[in-house]
Design a protein around this ligand. Structure first.
Ligand SMILES: Cc1ncc(COP(=O)(O)O)c(C=O)c1O
Length: 475
């Protein structure tokens, strides 16, 4: 017999994959397969096996064959059988070293942090604290969303996104970010990177002006779509938008320049809107961490100044998790149908049940609660970073700390490369500013480190800070 997927979900709440192969008949084959599954860690200690009857029916073998196989494995100590609790994998049969652990209980706190090989202290920018994902609240939203969803929600998805999510986003973005949002202008996507793929080159064409420092991943993605990017110089007031030339579109991070950290000066916000009006151009607003502002000066979305000149893009990648792959575009009216055309007839990227869960998460207030909790936590981490530097490395300046999930440490000239290398040798994951420089940028920023203080799990932050301070150059 080949392999079988045994689906006894209605009876025991789980599937069991077993292969009945090899010599000696079905009883022997089932014993071998179950032993193998326990030994390899696929059936963890305590796992309840399907009742004889359902496993026999699903495998197409006699009930007695299953009963005999179970009895044999109980006698050998692999399984336990107790009245009322069925047949389970015995507690003492630990999988061998290297076998894959299963389930949350098997997962240590360290494993919750996103890690790359060799990284012991993860201070790379770009990731929220993965150990703080609001599992219970998300599950509650998911459950409510699935209970309330009409049957049609499980058919092909509307490429604009579920109306429940677009309505929840319109209310939230208007309230929290000052976006002039109408659900009809919102198109759900899977994040900022996806928005770029949707816009270029079929809705917008290059050349595209970009900030001289930004995510190389986004520049590469644009280059792959044959879009030429033109670097705009930066200073302490953000992108120098007066340098905009013949381009028809510009990509900005106005709330919190990525990665250098300041907001775009109010005069430049007005100037870039004037530029777009004058040239029939568009501003692409990457509002990647707009929710995380720690001082008392809120910086609303640029889109609020002119919704017909700005494509506002956001996602849950910083606020909840980059693993969800959920984002949104708030589009000028004239761009909506073009973007929907690129998306195609059916939603192909953003899972509809996830969209419904996010709609509930926002509408029920869980999103606000989570963001507020995380804002407080990240503010505390930022303060610890600033305090640690003041004490251990007062000559290292820190900037870009009024908002976001990362800070920039200003280093003595000529030291950036050596510090990044020393950090890597000690298992500290972080980047130097140079990594984010547009290759054609006319000038370079002073030496600096981009420190993602949100990334480690809470318990690991102190040791990450300690390790960071130890590699900073002496005065
Ligand atoms: C500058 C910048 N833009 C956008 C994003 C969000 O990207 P996405 O929504 O594709 O996950 C990030 C997240 O890391 C970012 O650093």
């Amino acid at each position: 017999m080949a392999e079988s997927w045994v689906n006894s979900a209605e009876r025991i709440g789980s599937d069991l994959h077993v292969e009945l192969t090899g010599p000696g008949g079905r009883r022997a084959a089932l014993i071998r397969a179950l032993r193998e599954a326990v030994r390899g860690g696929r059936l963890a200690p305590g796992t309840r096996l399907p009742p004889y009857r359902s496993l026999a029916a699903d495998l197409g073998i006699a009930r007695n064959t299953v009963a005999d196989a179970y009895a044999e494995l109980v006698a050998e100590g692999w399984l336990t059988a107790r009245q009322g609790s069925g047949t389970r994998v015995a507690a003492g049969v630990a999988p061998p070293p290297g076998a894959r652990p299963r389930g949350d209980a098997a997962r240590g706190p360290e494993e919750n942090a996103p890690r790359a090989p060799g990284i012991r202290h993860d201070l790379r920018q770009g990731t929220p604290d993965a150990s703080s994902f609001p599992r219970a609240a998300w599950l509650a939203s998911y459950r409510r969303a699935l209970q309330r969803a009409p049957h049609a929600a499980f058919g092909p998805g509307d490429p604009a996104g579920r109306p429940e999510l677009r309505e929840a986003l319109a209310e939230y973005l208007a309230r929290a970010r000052g976006v002039r949002a109408d659900p009809g202008r919102i198109v759900v996507c899977s994040g900022f990177a996806h928005a770029l793929r949707l816009l270029f080159p079929r809705v917008l064409r290059g050349p595209l002006a970009v900030e001289a420092y930004g995510l190389g991943f986004h520049r590469d993605l644009l280059a792959a779509a044959s879009v030429r990017t033109v670097p705009l110089p930066l200073d302490e007031d953000g992108a120098r938008v007066e340098a905009l030339g013949r381009e028809r579109a510009v990509l900005l991070t106005p709330a919190h320049q990525f990665p250098t950290g300041g907001p775009l000066h109010p005069e430049r916000r007005a100037a870039v809107i004037d530029w777009a009006r004058g040239r029939d151009g568009l501003v692409l607003e990457d509002d990647y961490d707009g929710e995380f502002r720690y001082d008392r000066k809120p910086v609303g979305a640029l889109q609020g100044l002119d919704p017909e000149r700005v494509v506002h893009v956001g996602s849950v990648s910083k606020s909840l998790s980059p693993a969800l792959r959920l984002g949104w575009m708030v589009l000028p009216a004239r761009c909506v149908s073009a973007v929907l055309e690129v998306k195609g007839e059916r939603e192909a990227w953003a899972s509809v049940p996830d969209q419904l869960a996010l709609a509930d998460f926002i509408a029920s207030g869980s999103y606000d609660r989570h963001v507020r909790r995380m804002r407080q936590r990240y503010r505390g981490r930022r303060d610890r970073l600033v305090a640690a530097l003041a004490q251990r490395a007062p000559h290292v300046g820190v900037t870009g700390v009024a908002a976001g999930l990362h800070a920039v440490l200003r280093l003595p000239p000529g030291t950036e490369g050596a510090v990044v290398e020393a950090a890597a040798r000690r298992g500290i994951g972080l980047d130097g500013l140079a990594r984010f420089r547009h290759p054609q940028a006319a000038t370079s920023a002073p030496d600096g480190l981009v420190v993602g203080y949100a990334t480690p799990a809470e318990h690991a932050y102190g040791s990450a800070l300690e390790a960071l301070c130890a590699v900073l150059p002496p005065e």
